[in-house]
Ligand binder design. Structure first.
Ligand code: CA
Length: 227
């Protein structure tokens, strides 16, 4: 691997699909919720839209499947139903290798932040327990901290501001095409971790500096990337 983390002082992690294996639950919930409103969202669609706000996802699918935008009240209803379904799903497991990545990053003196489009309060609370000692709420950018979500660079720019480092000194770990687009637009070197069913080319098209296939693979290579 030619890419190096030697000059980096902060590492910013996306949450769903990176720190938690939560995407299968999101996929199921989206698919069931859309079906109820006469739209269709395949697993592939869910992963392609991952990182976008619920609002934007519903608008995109509605235009595609029904030829019109959804009204604000309908968007609230569909997203509310999707969130309700998501809460009934089994708890997502911590992504294998992710805690080891945190341990090694902290040992190397990197500042650790989480930058997620999620507004799921239970997961935002849970991450502070599962990654205890490495992350606190004030080191997290969530749906509550920004108005414009991914693929806009805003969440990652906010992350840089909190970390107090320029883009050149940060690195992002992302699993979704729109997430990579957001961090690259913020000027940050991005490691893509393809933990879902999308083809590598879809992620590579967003110009990550490196593409891996699991957080365990990142854990195994982190010390050599830092050297
Ligand atoms: Ca993600």
């Amino acid at each position: 691997m030619s890419f190096s983390l030697k000059n980096k002082s902060a590492i910013l992690f996306d949450m769903d699909g990176v720190l938690y294996d939560s995407m299968p639950n999101h996929s199921k919930a989206w698919s069931l919720a859309m079906e109820k409103y006469g739209m269709h969202m395949s697993q592939h669609d869910v992963y392609l839209n991952e990182g976008a706000t619920g609002h934007d996802t519903i608008v995109n699918v509605s235009i595609r499947d029904r030829g019109c935008e959804a009204s604000d009240s309908e968007i609230d209803e569909i997203y509310g139903y999707k969130a309700q379904l998501f809460r009934t799903m089994p708890e997502a497991r911590v992504m294998p290798g992710a805690q080891e990545v945190f341990r090694k990053a902290a040992a190397a003196g990197l500042k650790i932040l989480i930058v997620t489009g999620s507004g799921q309060k239970n997961l935002i609370e849970r991450v502070q327990r599962d990654y205890n000692g490495y992350i606190t709420r004030d080191r997290m950018v969530t749906a509550f901290e920004v108005t414009r979500g991914k693929p806009f660079p805003d969440p990652y720019l906010k992350g840089l501001e909190i970390a107090g480092v320029p883009a050149s000194q940060a690195v992002v770990v992302e699993n979704a095409p729109l997430g990579i687009r957001a961090s690259v637009a913020a000027g940050i070197d991005t490691i893509a971790v393809n933990t879902g069913p999308l083809e590598d080319d879809i992620l590579l098209a967003e110009k990550p500096v490196l593409l891996l296939h699991s957080m365990q693979e990142l854990a195994d290579n982190l010390n050599s990337l830092l050297a």
